[in-house]
Design a binder for this molecule. Structure first.
Ligand code: NDP
Length: 475
């Protein structure tokens, strides 16, 4: 029997996706550049379903029913182009190439356009959930043409995570939309982890709560509106004791956070779009700062702190919880707002309700909050900004007093809380009647004749700063 889908690239993600497809009843042809991975997959998991092991790309393509579906799961970047180049001469019109790796959305746009000219469908698919998700049900964000989704969608929906009977997979939009949304998902993931880190630091360095005590606090928080995968595993990590030293695990881990790139990609894309994703940006930079191992010891010796002693309120733990919640909400609002900007720029019809819905399961940012976000965007009047949805306006408003106390306390104690504080600044910036941007405009006009608009007249104006300071209308 011809295979319904082929998977090439059988490292951990490809092998697990292939197994997921086979476990769901599909016949899966499998291939890897080096044969050993194919053999290992068949030897260890061949009994889980119908696999067709193949040795060459031609054999893989030959094993597939038409129109063919070939899923590439190799290292992002040039390897994807190499595999596409090898595949194209073997394929026929209307066949579908799927790239489910972490490709940059601009590469996906380029590849989609090039392959469309050859009559082939190219589908960039964002997959979140790590190894386990790939095997048991990830969150899946497919881009590409709507037509390709007709053929591919049912399969992807079947192997995705499900929440309330709904698949965590739906068509995102044309060309690179799927990879773009996955990228922003990862950016939000950075912010989610950073706000958790800031809460931990404030509770540890501010309130003196040991990791084991905090494990209980986070486990408790996981029962409320912060309920999420990341809060759940925070309790697990903080409760873990290092077997070698008997110390809290967290104390034996080097405090320099790594990154593979997608957070940075999100910030770069946001800069190009002019989208203020301050929470994601600060999270990326916090990781970068943590890794400045050459400068940190010198800074500890040289730079004065002048910390201020503060009596923490009895409500401090609850205050931190509320600051975390509010900052997290801002990061989601900013990430979703970035999607709106991208949709305008690239002509995508992104459905924010569908995107929030498919993030509810399978992926790293899965959280109870996403159900409420989904409902907000499914309502008759979807908000222009997530914070304008009545339930969130109310929730964040209620958190503001605690949030201000926490940010002020962090500043006094010298505990960095970049996302807590920048999220509050974003919130205040958004709601401020007058911003100092008016001064920025004045300065820009003086040194560069960049012009400005007036609050009381239409048009664009320039002041003759080096002349008689009279104002001229530019258009
Ligand atoms: P890797 O990113 O480590 O890539 C290894 C695979 O790529 C191997 O199958 C390797 O073949 C193949 N490969 C590398 N270069 C080439 C080439 N020039 N031609 C053909 N094949 C090549 O594998 P992962 O499974 O970790 O990830 C796959 C993709 O999924 C990546 O884009 C990754 O970013 C993404 N991803 C990963 C997640 C994770 O948790 N790991 C989560 C979500 C997405 P060979 O065996 O012959 O060397």
């Amino acid at each position: 029997m011809a295979a319904q889908i082929g998977v090439t690239g059988l490292a951990v993600m490809g092998a697990n996706l292939a197994r997921n497809l086979a476990r769901n009843g599909y016949t899966v042809a499998v291939h890897n550049r080096s044969r050993a991975r194919t053999d290992a997959l068949i030897a260890e998991h061949g009994g889980e379903g119908d696999f067709v092991p193949t040795e060459t790309m031609a054999e893989l393509v030959g094993a597939l029913e038409k129109p063919r579906r070939v899923l590439i799961m190799v290292k992002a970047g040039k390897p994807v182009d190499d595999v596409i180049a090898e595949l194209v001469p073997l394929l026929d019109k209307d066949d579908i190439i799927i790239d489910a790796g972490n490709s940059h959305y601009t590469d996906t746009r380029r590849r989609e356009a090039a392959l469309a000219e050859k009559g082939l469908h190219f589908v960039g698919v964002g997959v979140s959930g790590g190894e386990e998700g790939a095997l048991k049900g990830p969150s899946i964000m497919p881009g590409g043409s709507k037509k390709s989704y007709e053929s591919l969608g049912p399969m992807l929906e079947k192997i995705s995570a499900h929440v309330d009977g709904e698949p965590c997979c739906s068509w995102i939009g044309t060309d690179g939309a799927g990879h773009f949304v996955k990228m922003v998902h990862n950016g939000i993931e950075y912010a989610d982890m950073q706000v958790i880190g800031e809460a931990y630091d404030l509770l540890r360095s501010g309130a003196g709560l040991e990791p084991a005590e905090q494990a209980k606090i986070f486990a408790e928080w996981n029962k409320g509106d912060l309920s999420s995968f990341l809060i759940e595993i925070t309790a697990e990590v903080l409760g873990h004791v290092d077997a070698k030293t008997g110390k809290p695990f967290i104390d034996v881990v080097v405090d320099a956070a790594g990154m593979k790139g997608t957070g940075g990609w999100t910030v770069m894309a946001a800069l190009e779009l002019g989208s203020p994703v301050t929470g994601i940006g600060e999270s990326v930079f916090a990781r970068a700062l943590s890794s400045q191992s050459a400068q940190r010891p010198t800074a500890q010796q040289l730079l004065a702190g002048h910390e201020v002693k503060v009596d923490l309120p009895d409500t401090f733990v609850e205050d931190v919880r509320q600051a975390l919640y509010a900052s997290k909400l801002v990061s989601y609002a900013q990430g979703l707002d970035m999607l709106v900007s991208a949709a305008k720029e690239y002509g995508w019809e992104l459905d924010l309700a569908a995107i929030a819905s498919l993030w509810r399961g399978g992926c790293i940012i899965r959280a109870a909050l996403l159900r409420t976000i989904t409902e907000a965007y499914r309502s008759e009047n979807p908000p222009a900004n997530l914070l304008f949805a009545p339930e969130f306006t109310e929730a964040i408003g209620a958190a503001v007093p605690a949030w201000r106390r926490v940010v002020a306390t962090a500043a006094q104690l010298g505990i960095p809380a970049p996302v807590f504080s920048s999220s509050l600044a974003y919130y205040d910036g958004l709601r401020r009647e007058r911003l100092p941007a008016a001064l920025t405009q004045g300065l820009r006009d003086l040194f560069g004749a960049h012009t400005y608009k007036r609050v009381d007249a239409e048009g664009t104006f320039h002041t003759l700063w080096s002349g008689d300071k009279s104002e001229v209308k530019q258009d």
